[in-house]
Design a protein around this ligand. Structure first.
Ligand code: GTQ
Ligand code: FE2
Length: 367
């Protein structure tokens, strides 16, 4: 007898009560040993395009700042809590203080003469200064001034503490990869000394003296490093670069802008030309008056802060107006566009370097 001699087995009657009962039993038994069938979960696990739980969201600086100031009246800054930093939690990720699944954006506030103790962690961090001055952040013993428009880096595992040497409070935006590091179990943390070790307040930090010359690499320190050795990107340089891009474009020089009316610079690691930090991309964008950008999507998630001017952000077709200091969360694959009548400067950071390194990053232009 060959296999062909066997009559075909009658197909089971999938709708019969007996079949349904056995199926329910199967699902219960699979669940009991922690087995999950792909056929019931494929669409959620493997969508055709990203389906973030995080939602597009805008926070008003005019609301954030007074709340941070109230925290300073009521909560001291010191060992344990470490920082008077208040995260902007995405409404789509309730219960987690995450701005996107990978990024932490927070407002940090230091009152007059206050200091935040030194520590180090595997998470990478930066500070972007919307307004004010008077705080020095001490990175591995090197005091770095924080002033309006500056981007200050604290790459992973560098000791850092902040001290306000002035008689006025100062607040700024912190960006960290806390959610990415937490969700992948990569967190390491160590306390440093309680007191900020170096209370000098130099105009220029050691790292800026060594690495801050335009296109000048110290020959005694050649070689690629994963993170930028330059800890401060000063507004005077950022502003001049954006101004020049728009001026040159107006003079007819090709290839200076992202698109008409839209200038941008990326903060880079001078030893590689790549991103300044390993896990976060940082950029400053400028829209000339009367500019509407094209609409794009990317599988990176990002956060934007209005530095100056105002305008409108379009997130999956929904418009939100933007004012001084407002912060916007843009989840993966959200259609994103900007518009400004009077001109707009925006700081932004994203998790793009992570996904670029893994060949996962995708970008599309929709209009
Ligand atoms: O300034 O060192 O927003 O360690 C979160 C964690 C800031 C900081 C934050 C931190 C810091
Ligand atoms: Fe820190």
């Amino acid at each position: 007898m060959t296999a062909l001699d066997h009559p075909a087995a009658a197909p089971p009657d999938f709708d019969s009560p007996a079949h349904q009962a056995r199926l329910a039993e199967l699902y219960r038994d699979l669940d009991a040993v922690g087995m999950t069938p792909l056929w019931t979960t494929r669409e959620g696990l493997m969508p055709s395009t990203p389906r973030p739980t995080a939602v597009p969201h805008r926070w008003r600086w005019a609301e954030l700042y007074p709340l941070a100031a109230r925290s300073a009246e009521l909560v001291p800054v010191g060992r344990g809590g470490e920082r008077r930093a208040i995260s902007l939690g995405n409404p789509g990720l309730p219960g987690d203080p995450y701005t996107t699944p990978t990024l932490w954006a927070a407002i940090q506030y230091l009152g007059p003469r206050e200091h935040a103790p030194e520590h180090r962690h595997s998470q990478s961090a930066f500070r972007f200064v919307l307004e004010g001055e008077g705080v020095w952040t001490v990175v591995d013993g090197d005091p770095v001034a924080m002033r309006r428009g500056d981007l200050l880096l604290t790459p992973g595992w560098h000791f850092h503490g902040h001290q306000n040497v002035s008689d006025t409070p100062m607040a700024w935006l912190d960006g960290l990869d806390i959610p990415f590091v937490a969700q992948t179990d990569q967190g390491f943390f160590e306390f440093g000394p309680e007191e900020v070790r170096d209370r000098r307040t130099p105009e220029r930090s050691d790292n800026e003296r060594l690495w801050g010359g335009p296109g000048l690499t110290p020959v005694g320190a050649l070689g690629a490093r994963p993170c930028s050795p330059l800890m401060a990107y000063r507004w005077v340089h950022t502003d001049a670069a954006l101004t020049a891009q728009l001026e040159l474009a107006a003079e007819g020089v090709a290839g200076t802008l992202v698109e008409p009316g839209h200038a941008a610079v990326r903060f880079t690691n001078p030893t590689t030309g790549g991103d300044a930090l390993t896990t976060m991309r940082t950029e400053m964008h400028r829209l000339a008056a009367g500019t509407t950008t094209r609409r794009t999507r990317t599988s990176a998630s990002s956060v934007w802060q209005v530095f100056s001017g105002g305008g409108t952000v379009v997130l999956d077709g929904q418009e939100q107006d933007l004012q001084h200091g407002d912060v916007v969360a843009v989840p993966a694959w959200t259609e994103f566009g900007l518009r400004s009548e009077a001109g707009l400067d925006l700081f932004t950071f994203s998790d793009a370097p992570i996904f670029e390194k893994l060949s996962l990053l995708r970008t599309a232009v929709s209009a």
